[in-house]
Design a protein around this ligand. Structure first.
Ligand code: SAH
Ligand code: DHB
Ligand code: MG
Length: 212
């Protein structure tokens, strides 16, 4: 399969990433993390924009945070927000095992409560939105507030097997993603694109926005 071929070539997991996945499974945390190639995609983008400060909304067990933290130069930082205390605890252990505890800060709480506490710090260069889909439009607003011109915002799961194109959908996750896409399409403070993906996690997609 193509995903396995590309993963073996471009995004092989090391021990810390594999252990992070296994620890999540052992703790009963759902396996809804990004795939290795998606993690590498985030890492390449973050490296490409020279990100020093990364914000993630939706930590789960820290799998994507590990990929992102490895994109950063010395002194770089990932701040990642997680509402589920079990997932956050597994994430902290996974990040420590990966030797990244000095670089990744897991903030426990609802994103809409934690995000305002980040105001007044240095701007974030890169933002990954991957929590509850109902909140995506609000998380984008915070990404803009906490970013600067040039900040790159990536949002996961914007296609969901094609359901996003169903204008009659009443699925709150689909409605949340559609509200997010409407906002990136019309808000003059960003320019954005979305791409369908097909791979180990089925037919889904990423949106990528840049703050102007
Ligand atoms: N980025 C992770 C996967 C995140 S899954 C990875 O790829 O490894 C989505 C996560 O968002 C779940 O852990 C869920 O508990 C969390 N979440 C859902 N709603 C949230 C909210 N309102 N605030 C913070 N985290 C939330
Ligand atoms: C699912 C996948 C995700 O990447 C996510 O962020 C949330 C849910 C899922 O497959 O249900
Ligand atoms: Mg996701």
């Amino acid at each position: 399969m193509v995903d396995a071929y590309l993963e073996g070539l471009l995004a092989p997991e090391d021990g810390a990433l594999a252990a992070a996945r296994e620890a999540a499974e052992a703790a009963g945390v759902l396996p809804i993390h990004v795939t290795p190639l998606q993690g590498k995609f985030l890492q390449v983008l973050a490296r490409g924009v020279g990100a020093r400060r990364v914000l993630e909304v939706g930590t789960l067990a820290g799998y994507s945070a590990i990929w992102l933290a490895r994109a950063l130069p010395d002194g770089g930082r990932v701040v990642t927000i997680e509402v589920d205390p079990v997932a956050a605890q597994v994430a902290r252990a996974n990040i420590k095992r990966a030797g990244l505890q000095g670089r990744v800060e897991v903030r426990l709480g609802r994103a809409m409560e934690v995000l305002p506490t980040l105001e007044g710090g240095e701007p974030f260069d890169f933002v990954f939105i991957d929590a509850d889909k109902e909140g995506y439009a609000e998380y984008l607003e915070w990404a803009i507030q906490l970013g600067r011109p040039g900040t790159v915002v990536v949002a996961d799961n914007v296609v969901r097997g094609g359901a996003v194109a169903d204008a009659a959908s009443r699925d709150p996750r689909v409605l949340g993603v559609r509200a997010f896409l409407d906002k990136v399409a019309t808000d003059p403070r960003v320019t954005a694109v979305a791409l369908q993906t097909v791979g180990a996690k089925g037919h889904d997609g990423f949106a990528v926005a840049v703050v102007r």
